[in-house]
Design a binder for this molecule. Structure first.
Ligand SMILES: Cc1ncc(COP(=O)(O)O)c(C=O)c1O
Length: 418
């Protein structure tokens, strides 16, 4: 029997019309959830929690039988993994910041320089020590601008507090030099960037202390939680007293040096944190690969400029941020990206309250003005975050997700921004 001649079909022409103009959306499925460590929770975490519950040792400092060991073991493992001398597990990233600041000698009457773009907890932690946060501009890396930091130093300045915002390392070479030259403490906020590096060295190990969060939205999670790391014995000793009002007595070294709080971590958190730590480098590898792949595609598009990396290889890879030329164009691009099914957002829009942006930090602004200082004014930061387009990049993104995201950015750049 003669074979039927095949009719050659022309390849389908991709419909490049924007979804909001009636074209097919680039995304064909929802964004994968962005809780990197949280979405990895599995049998290992279940086993860890069960082990603690079966032992009945749920408190870190005393118990029954062989006694508690999870938090203490996690602290040793975390310090070793990141290359620090000490780690102290606490109940939140905010607590880790407070412990680090007080441990490094920050208190009443001091000023601490922080970026104008960070979660409000950074500024609140400074206030909790009795010090006043001084807001400095971020640059196009969306991390602390070393030039503005130098300009904001006064005789009251006690510390500089860089925040590795959205997974990206701040310029630790310049900031370390400034802190050294002016004899300032350097405390890193690594809450959004666990495991990330600058010039191959883990963030959190550059200065006097580094603070991490283990809240659900972070790279590693125990639901809530935090860790302080430091290479300084005196910072560690003071942090123990700050986080536990009986810290010095427990260690048999006498009366506390500081009227401490209760920021302690439980054995349940310690056990889960140990499992999560084992997941860190695998998560970073996947997130960085996804971010690099998508960034290469977005870099070629018209009307978009990627956030500048201070160390491209060091970024944790949790997101992609690109600047449009104006805030209005960023708003239009986000609107078009959302219609394509992309979970895009503007970092700052005067239409909604977002506590990552300093104009919304009312208690902080009030405290600054009450102290007799002028209200903070960081126009460059507002311009940058106002033009920024942000998407989360879940480690669960697969090739199809990345292809669709690249297509969405290409359609929107060409259709809205070109
Ligand atoms: C930059 C930054 N600093 C500090 C914190 C505070 O961490 P926690 O919520 O664990 O207190 C967060 C948490 O979102 C953060 O993103």
């Amino acid at each position: 029997m003669a074979r039927m001649t095949e009719t050659r079909l022309d390849p389908p022409v991709l419909d490049q019309r924007l979804a909001r103009d009636g074209g097919p959306p680039a995304r064909t499925r929802p964004e994968p959830p962005m809780f990197p460590g949280g979405m990895e929770i599995g049998e290992e975490e279940v086993e860890a929690v069960t082990r603690v519950l079966r032992s009945k040792n749920v408190f870190r400092y005393y118990g029954v039988g062989d006694g508690p060991q999870e938090v203490a073991t996690f602290e040793r493992e975390f310090a070793t993994h990141l290359g620090a001398t000490h780690a102290l597990a606490v109940n939140a990233g905010s607590s880790a910041l407070i412990c680090g600041l007080i441990g490094a000698g920050v208190g009443q009457g001091d000023e601490v320089i922080i970026p104008a773009y960070t979660w409000n907890a950074t500024a609140n932690a400074v206030l909790a020590t009795g010090a006043i946060p001084v807001l400095a501009e971020v640059d196009d890396s969306l991390t602390l601008d070393p030039v503005d930091v130098a300009a904001k130093i006064t005789p009251e300045t006690k510390a500089v507090l860089p925040v590795h915002m959205r997974g990206a390392p701040a310029a630790m070479d310049a900031l370390t030099a400034i802190a050294r030259d002016h004899e300032l403490a350097l405390i890193e906020d690594v809450c959004q960037a666990a495991g990330a590096t600058f010039n191959g060295k883990r963030l959190g190990t550059f200065g006097d202390a580094g603070a991490f969060s283990l809240q659900f939205n972070k790279i590693l999670t125990t639901g809530e939680g935090g860790v302080l790391i430091t290479n300084r014995d005196d910072v560690y000793d003071m942090a123990i007293d700050v986080h536990d009002c009986a810290g010095s007595v427990r260690r048999g070294i006498g009366l506390p040096q500081f009227p401490g709080y209760n920021f302690r971590a439980s054995e349940l958190q310690g056990a889960v944190a140990r499992v999560q730590l084992g997941r860190l480098d695998g998560l970073l590898q996947r997130m960085r690969a996804n971010q690099n792949w998508l960034a290469e595609r977005v870099a070629e598009l018209p009307g978009l400029t990627l956030r500048r990396g201070t160390d491209e290889g060091g970024d944790a890879g949790i997101c992609l941020i690109a600047f449009a030329e104006t805030a209005a164009l960023a708003a239009d691009a986000v609107d078009a990206l959302k219609a394509e099914g992309v979970g895009a957002m503007r970092i700052y829009s005067p239409d909604f309250i977002d506590l990552h942006i300093y104009p919304y930090w009312k208690p902080v602004l009030d405290a600054i003005v009450r102290s007799g200082r002028p209200a903070p004014d960081c126009p460059r930061t507002l311009d940058l975050v106002g033009r920024a387009i942000h998407i989360d990049l879940s480690p669960l993104c697969d090739e199809q997700d990345l292809d669709e995201l690249a297509l969405a950015f290409s359609k929107v750049a060409n259709g809205v921004l070109a």
